[in-house]
Design a protein around this ligand. Structure first.
Ligand SMILES: Nc1ncnc2c1ncn2[C@@H]1O[C@H](COP(=O)(O)OP(=O)(O)OP(=O)(O)O)[C@@H](O)[C@H]1O
Length: 339
């Protein structure tokens, strides 16, 4: 059976700006696939092409074996799209908005009413359904938007940054709901620049950077490829460089230390990559003690998706976001998208 989503060699430029250079990935049925990357990486452009809202320059996109480019209407029936910016009509109530949406999808009235009731129930929206959406909080708007994207019972739900700007409580409600949806068989493709969101939800992750997928796999596969655990060690609050280098030299000789780097931007702390073992911290402490060096702080962690991104691009997600933010004209992009 064909995968729920297959994207092959997708590329798309806006004028001279290459938004997506060469993106390929597959989403299997009933899975949550997270497309992770900093702002400006090409996530929105990829899913706008998938949802028939933008025309690719080249490449192919299939939904359950149906070509999005050749049979856009057929493909659209199978997709529910929840965009990044919520465009609710403020004077309608939540229920009216869903009724309007159901009519746009040509869902018969009785059936629409039943589906709306179910969605209001599962998204915990009943007490707000008859209030105007103009009065809704960000979290409520997001939930109504989710309900709208699900009304026609799509095979594939596509969400662009589903929890951006939401408080923690609303984020957890959305996460739980997406897990329930997956359990009931819906395939979900979401974009996010939140590492913890993708880590918590996705069965598979594609990391996208400057229009290219630079890594793909399950979150644990990607982290395991990086090898050992991470240790951050601070000898003193501000360690003199000579002392940090002495510790670096000494710790590099320990059999379980794969890598030891002095981080000059964090008060000469040491970043170690180690083979995971129960006695690692203890051995480091003993070595430092025998060399007469103190410990101000030490912590051990498994590699995160940020480490995966760092290993692939040489920068952290946050650094990439800051770099992208300074070079974009969001108003101009918005205008061009509306055309
Ligand atoms: N309508 C547009 N006109 C011109 N350039 C655009 C337009 N949309 C996106 N871009 C550019 O294409 C690149 C990819 O943008 P895209 O919106 O796909 O990234 P993203 O990863 O989804 O980030 P965000 O979540 O901030 O939208 C960026 O360099 C961006 O500046």
């Amino acid at each position: 059976m064909a995968a729920a989503v297959t994207i092959q060699n997708l590329s798309k430029s806006y004028g001279t700006v290459p938004a997506v250079k060469d993106v390929s990935f597959q989403v299997e049925r009933g899975q949550i696939f997270g497309l992770l990357g900093p702002n400006g990486a090409g996530k929105t452009t990829t899913i706008r092409c998938l949802c028939t809202l933008a025309k690719p320059d080249s490449g192919s996109i299939d939904i359950s074996g149906i070509s999005v480019l050749e049979q856009p209407r057929e493909a659209r029936k199978r997709i529910g799209y929840v965009a990044q910016e919520v465009a609710l009509d403020k004077i309608l109530t939540g229920r009216e908005l869903l009724e309007l949406q159901a009519a746009l999808y040509h869902i018969p009235k009785v059936e629409a009413r039943q589906r709306i009731e179910v969605l209001l129930e599962v998204l915990d929206l009943h007490s707000y359904a008859d209030k105007k959406t103009g009065t809704y909080s960000g979290g409520l708007k997001r939930r109504i938007d989710l309900a709208a994207g699900l009304l026609h019972q799509p095979e594939v739900l596509v969400l662009d940054e589903p929890t951006v700007g939401l408080d923690i409580e609303s984020r957890v409600v959305v996460w739980d709901f997406l897990r329930q949806l997956r359990a009931s068989g819906t395939t979900i493709l979401l974009t996010s620049h939140y590492l913890e969101e993708v880590d918590a939800l996705a069965d598979r992750v594609g990391i996208i950077d400057r229009g290219l997928v630079i890594a793909e796999g399950t979150p644990s596969e990607l982290k395991n490829q990086l090898g050992g655990d991470r240790i951050v060690l601070r000898i003193r609050e501000f360690t003199p460089l000579s002392e940090a280098e002495r510790a670096q030299q000494m710790l590099s000789e320990l059999p379980f230390v794969q890598e030891a780097i002095v981080n000059a931007t964090a008060a000469n702390s040491l970043n170690l990559v180690v083979t995971p073992d129960r006695d690692v911290l203890m051995s480091i402490q003993q070595s430092l003690q025998s060399a007469g060096l103190p410990i101000f702080g030490i912590s051990q962690s498994r590699p995160s998706l940020d480490d995966v991104y760092l290993a692939a691009t040489g920068k952290t997600l946050l650094d990439a976001e800051l770099a992208a933010a300074s070079s974009r004209d969001l108003k101009a992009e918005q205008k061009q998208r509306m055309r």
